[in-house]
Design a protein around this ligand. Structure first.
Ligand SMILES: O=c1ccn([C@@H]2O[C@H](COP(=O)(O)OP(=O)(O)O[C@H]3O[C@H](CO)[C@@H](O)[C@H](O)[C@H]3O)[C@@H](O)[C@H]2O)c(=O)[nH]1
Ligand SMILES: O=P(O)(O)OC[C@H]1O[C@](O)(CO)[C@@H](O)[C@@H]1O
Length: 480
């Protein structure tokens, strides 16, 4: 059986290039890659269909076809639409009709269409709905992140909507999500909380009924425990030396202190400034622990934070000015980590120092990073808004510390609980890796998808009504 994954944004290549150094290259790509590989290991023929880019700034994505070395059954297919230069996900909406035309051409030429499509994010979803409308191929929808929560967290109101819409194109994104969730045969969610809190947002009312069990399947993502493991790798020594060099080049007396790691994408909604404020607000924390912010793609933030693309450099500028306000350049360190193997080594080093992983997102749909840190034996302090509230507490057992990301004291106290209470830190460290391995594997995710897909393929959903502007590439009417 052939299944196509529609993921027009970001891109995919054997080196996982740009992961987290751009907002469109993050957890969703990890999820799509790992799920596709796991499905292929179960005998499915998988196409990951994305976009061909011929752009000197983005050299990795110019071939129409690509693959992962040593992985059978997964083909990366890059379609030409919206020109050949890189476009951020916010600029793809008008071109998705052409993405679908190119997909049809490919499969017509090859003589076989996929039996099923999994659609990712609102752009993959509307493209799958158009393909379903034209070719009657059933599809599932995995939101990864819904625009309504982003609008809430950005504080968008009727008054300022137009200003934000110029940047984020919610007038395309919300209708795309509405069509995706209504006409998909199933909406895959990572947690029950995603179904009942994210999909029940008033902006989706009338488009999806969250009480309708036939429209939802809770299938948790996995963790690649081949990468994220408590067992040291040959990289640990190099990363430890890089960590020591980083710390000692800022300050002499802090090498052996526990370290708080933040490794999310440098994105406003990750609220890294909330973590920084909480750390700097508490003299006990500042005295007993280091704060390390992982930045992919730049070596020294204090001198070249402008090199990061778009909103990431804005976030870094704000972090640097906050650090300078507190004269804390000898306490807050930045480190360039370029792939998940290095990230796993850093997590193990932090764990050996009695450190913690911190995620203070205002809203985290799921949160692969905290689970990966736990898989390496690094205990987690994470936002209670979203996925972590389900996987840091299970059947009344604590697997980490939940905090209110909008409350500085809550973050500081959560960090201190794990940094200062060494017994609690050690007790968690001893069991979190096994917990992740037991409940979160990509093969289990793939089995969860396939079980539902086999069932749903027997049925046909109603023919989707596609908003005209998606079929013509015209202007979307304003949402408000
Ligand atoms: O230097 C780095 C830092 C991070 N990562 C990876 O980036 C991913 C980050 O994923 P996640 O922590 O889930 O955050 P997002 O990038 O925001 O992912 C979006 O999509 C994910 C999958 O649906 C959801 O879990 C998130 O909640 C949603 O915000 C992880 O796999 C990390 O291993 C790297 O590869 N290199
Ligand atoms: O911040 P947004 O627009 O909700 O999107 C979340 C982004 O993070 C990602 O994980 C990047 O891969 C995707 O889900 C998406 O591009």
């Amino acid at each position: 059986m052939k299944i196509a994954f529609l993921n027009p944004q970001g891109n995919f290549d054997s080196l996982d290039s740009h992961w987290t150094d751009h907002p469109d290259f993050g957890g969703q790509l990890v999820y799509v890659k790992e799920l596709a590989i796991a499905m292929a290991s179960l005998g499915i023929d998988v196409d990951i269909i994305t976009r061909r880019i011929v752009d000197e700034e983005w050299p990795e994505f110019s071939e129409s076809f690509d693959s992962y070395p040593g992985v059978g059954g997964v083909r990366i297919v890059r379609m030409e639409f919206g020109g050949l230069k890189f476009l951020p996900k916010e600029k793809l909406w008008k071109h998705l009709k052409d993405y679908v035309v190119e997909i049809e051409k490919l499969y017509e030429k090859e003589g076989e269409f996929p039996s099923f499509v999994t659609a990712h994010y609102g752009d993959g979803g509307i493209a799958a709905a158009i393909l379903n409308f034209k070719r009657d191929i059933p599809f599932s929808f995995t939101a990864h992140s819904l625009g309504a929560q982003k609008m809430d967290k950005l504080g968008i109101t009727l008054e300022n909507f137009h200003e934000f819409d110029q940047i984020y194109n919610f007038s395309y994104r919300i209708p795309a999500e509405r069509v995706s969730m209504r006409y998909s045969t199933i909406n895959f969610v990572s947690t029950r909380q995603e179904r009942f809190e994210q999909y029940s947002h008033p902006l989706y009312r009338g488009w999806i009924e969250v009480e309708d069990d036939s429209k939802f399947a809770v299938v948790p993502p996995g963790v690649n425990t081949g990468i994220f493991s408590p067992v040291p790798s040959e990289l640990d020594e190099e990363i430890n030396e890089r960590y020591n060099y980083t710390v000692t080049s800022y300050s002499t007396d802090r090498l052996e202190k526990p370290v708080i790691i933040s490794s999310s994408r440098i994105d406003p909604k990750k609220n890294i400034s909330g973590l920084l404020k909480a750390y700097l607000s508490d003299s006990e924390l500042v005295e007993t622990a280091n704060l390390l912010i992982v930045t992919r793609g730049i070596s020294n933030v204090y001198s070249d934070y402008n090199v990061l693309r778009n909103e990431a450099s804005e976030v870094l500028k704000k972090l640097v000015s906050l650090i300078d306000e507190h004269n804390a350049r000898n306490k807050v360190f930045f480190m360039n980590i370029s792939n998940q193997w290095e990230l796993a080594a850093l997590y193990r080093i932090a764990s050996r120092k009695g450190g913690v992983f911190a995620l203070t997102s205002l809203y985290e749909p799921f949160g692969l990073a905290p689970l990966e840190a736990m898989a390496c034996g690094l205990p987690v302090v994470a936002t209670r808004n979203g996925g972590p509230s389900e996987f840091l507490k299970r059947h009344g057992v604590e697997y980490g510390v939940l905090i209110d990301p909008e409350n500085t004291a809550s973050i500081a106290n959560g960090l201190k609980r794990l940094i200062l209470d060494k017994d609690f830190n050690r007790e968690l460290t001893a069991r979190i890796s096994e917990y992740v391995g037991k409940y979160y594997s990509w093969k289990a995710t793939a089995r969860g998808y396939l079980e539902v897909i086999e069932e749903k393929m027997k049925h046909r959903n109603e023919v989707p009504e596609i908003p005209e502007f998606f079929l013509t590439g015209g202007e979307a009417p304003s949402l408000f």
